[in-house]
Design a protein around this ligand. Structure first.
Ligand code: BDR
Ligand code: CA
Length: 309
């Protein structure tokens, strides 16, 4: 079993990623740490607990973390995810408690006490950067960070230059990209190839389960915005690629490159400057994923979510 912590800002696609992890026996979810991003922290930490309860896993500890980015003002994305962050299905007030500890302290304590922990990061990198700043000794204890963020040939989805997760907290992203930790990056270049088309959303509904219904209703809402924006057959399902990479790395392909984060220019703030062609002499710091077998990705999702009730 691979031990993971999921750092997240649910978000419909974050929710599907959490469900994929909880439906996968190869993964042990040590905890879920929440950050402000798609919606404010009070909602992301509520949504994460709703998803754990939906999956029948109220035992998974959920922690609240940073309420705002390191330097810049919080930018949220209700225009994509709806006011709750999980618009689509009917939501409830979760019964399971939020843990008393701060997410950053949970990250530090867990990394210090547990070997081989992989961080799966699905939102702005604020919590991870704060943990690295507060306790630099944890950096070398992190087995790997697999994160959704950035883009290269695909451009940005929040500004022409920047993807949402990196744009929201570019200073945190820079801290993480400069940390020397083994990084795997799932950028828009790959997540825009994982499109939740009608038949794919229907496949979740056809599971006939609570999780299947909830997922199809979330994706029904989520796709509206992106279909309009990109003229595509459905919305890109970004964050579950992070978890799917851990389960089936063979369905992904990419290249080890240098990636630097822009924090100086307002015009290109939060841009991931990817040296795809190796034109600089900067050290390679990340595996940048560019291809996915999208049919295999959706088959994995349906099979694993099908294991939940
Ligand atoms: C990322 O931003 C959020 O809206 C999604 O949850 C995903 O993590 C895509 O740019
Ligand atoms: Ca997210």
């Amino acid at each position: 079993m691979r031990k993971i912590i999921i750092d997240t800002d649910p978000g419909q696609d974050d929710a599907v990623a959490i469900l994929l992890a909880l439906g996968s026996p190869e993964l042990e979810v040590l905890g879920i740490t929440c950050v402000a991003g798609n919606v404010p922290l009070s909602l992301t930490s509520r949504n994460a607990r709703i998803i754990c309860e939906l999956a029948g896993r109220p035992d998974v500890p959920v922690y609240a973390g940073a309420e705002r980015p390191l330097v810049r003002k919080l930018v949220t994305a209700e225009y994509v995810h709806g006011k709750t962050g999980l618009n689509g299905p009917e939501l409830w007030e979760p019964q399971m408690p939020l843990q008393a500890a701060h997410a950053v302290d949970f990250l530090i304590d867990t990394l210090r006490s547990t070997d081989d922990v992989t961080l799966c990061v699905l939102g702005p990198l604020t919590n991870i950067a704060l943990a690295m700043i507060k306790a630099p000794d944890i950096v070398e204890r992190i087995a790997q960070i697999v994160l959704m963020g950035g883009g290269c040939f695909e451009g940005g989805n929040t500004t022409p230059a920047a993807e949402f997760n990196i744009y929201v907290d570019p200073h945190a992203a820079r801290t993480v990209f400069e940390s020397g930790v083994d990084l795997v990056v799932m950028p828009l270049d790959v997540t825009h190839k994982a499109i939740a088309t009608r038949p794919r959303v229907q496949a979740f509904a056809d599971l006939g389960s609570k999780v299947g219904k909830f997922t199809s209703e979330m994706l029904d809402f989520f796709e509206r915005f992106d279909m309009e924006k990109y003229g595509s057959q459905g919305g890109p399902l970004h964050d579950p690629n992070v978890i799917a990479y851990l389960l089936t790395p063979e369905i992904y392909a990419g290249r080890r490159v240098n990636i630097e984060i822009e924090i100086a220019s307002e015009l290109t703030m939060g841009m991931t400057v990817v040296d795809w062609w190796g034109v600089s002499s900067r050290a390679k710091n990340a595996l940048f994923i560019r291809e996915v077998d999208d049919d295999a990705f959706f088959a994995l999702l349906v099979e694993r979510l099908g294991r939940l009730g």
